[in-house]
Design a protein around this ligand. Sequence first.
Ligand SMILES: OSc1ccc(O)cc1O
Ligand SMILES: [Zn+2]
Length: 248
Amino acid sequence: MGVSTSRNEHCRPLQSPITICTKKVKYDSCLKPLYIYYDPKSTRRLVNLGHCFNVEYDDTSDRSVLGEGPLIGYYRLRQFHFHWGSSDKDGSEHVIDGQEYPAELHIVHWNAQKYPSFNEAMKHPDGLAVIGVLLKIGEPNPAIQNIIDNLDQVKTKDKECPFTQFNLSSLLPNDRNYWTYQGSLTTSPYLECVTWIILQEAIPISSDQLHHFRGLLCSSENEDPSFILENHRALQPLAARVIRSSCK
Ligand SMILES: OSc1ccc(O)cc1O
Ligand SMILES: [Zn+2]
């Protein structure tokens, strides 16, 4: 084996997503309750990235933050996005006891106390903290409807529009118990910089609302239209990682 230029050549990769087998998770009494404060006034814009859409925030100060839980210090809210499937049968990235959910919300935060920028934070294992919320088919979700009502303005790749005053806390379930493990971005460049915090309670979305996600285009306005029918990554090996739980 030659000289290692990256950790992967000597250690097992820490990629995401993974399947969570609830019988094998380890309750850790040192895990604290999550501290979450999201200021609706820090919502800035909606943007179509081609493989998904982001709702982006003002992260030039600690206006919206995530702290406690498995984390050291506070992480600043930067954006949230969803992953979905071509049908309601799959679409989540994390899988719980073999069950795939129709979609998954990722709320992305970065360690602004330790790193000067989001791009720098992505180069470190403690750089990002992402809350994953599973979505299940149910009643229409009013908060998600608020986003859907604006998707027509970002139909094609690289389109963006102002999007403000969004109450992100309304997308969180009442139960804040979570599983946590060290992993990666689930889109390129798949950097191993994420403390994953997967909430154990799913939130509802209607089948019709999910249908609207699939109507977004990955093509730009002067290309032949092509839909973002699905954007969830395949499961990755857990390797020697232990998933911890905030409750028994
Ligand atoms: O899908 S997880 C994820 C997290 C942070 C980010 O900047 C991009 C991502 O895809
Ligand atoms: Zn994601």
